[in-house]
Design a protein around this ligand. Structure first.
Ligand code: HEC
Length: 145
């Protein structure tokens, strides 16, 4: 039994090695995720600025919330350097602070998604401001210029 478990562990670890060897690059993946999130947020901003219908903003806001939920897992040990990462060492020395802002982003984006459904543009504009503040706060503390 113990031997079996050990064998499973070895196979799983080997599997992880294969995933990396196959070209899964965590730094490129997270940068792609942030770029997509940036697109979603830019769309939200443009609709609010144009005083458009805020109802469709539920969709990009939900996407931002989903991404926020996985941000902390996008910075595993071993990805402190490499590629052209702008991640600062504080992400790993202060994981609680980093997670706190990711959580706040998720909450703000979820609120925006919920409020978008009501069609109230003023409430959504205030939500948007709160979302943007989380982007800024995290970049200031955890991302190099
Ligand atoms: C909890 C922290 C955190 C939050 C919240 C956050 N970011 Fe970032 N963001 C980062 C870090 C760290 C990087 C650098 C990643 C790297 O280079 O490895 C980054 C990178 C980026 C990039 C550059 C991607 C690339 O192509 O290299 C963009 C654009 C971006 N973020 C937009 C946003 C927007 C828009 C929001 C809010 C809706 C946001 N971020 C919220 C931490 C955060």
């Amino acid at each position: 039994m113990t031997k079996r478990i050990a064998l499973c562990a070895v196979i799983m670890l080997a599997g992880l090695g294969v995933a990396r060897a196959d070209g899964l690059d965590p730094i490129a993946v997270r940068q792609a995720g942030f770029s997509l999130q940036n697109g979603d947020f830019a769309f939200i901003r443009s609709v609010v600025a144009a005083k458009g219908d805020v109802k469709p903003l539920e969709v990009p806001a939900r996407a931002v919330a989903k991404w926020a939920a996985v941000i902390p897992s996008m910075f595993p040990k071993g990805t402190e350097t490499g590629g052209d990462t702008k991640a600062l060492p504080e992400i790993w020395s202060d994981p609680a602070g980093f997670q706190k802002i990711a959580l706040a982003l998720g909450e703000a984006a979820t609120k925006l998604a919920t409020d978008a459904k009501t069609g109230d543009a003023d409430v959504v504009a205030a939500d948007m401001k709160l979302v943007g503040e989380q982007c800024g706060a995290c970049h200031k503390a955890y991302r190099a210029k």
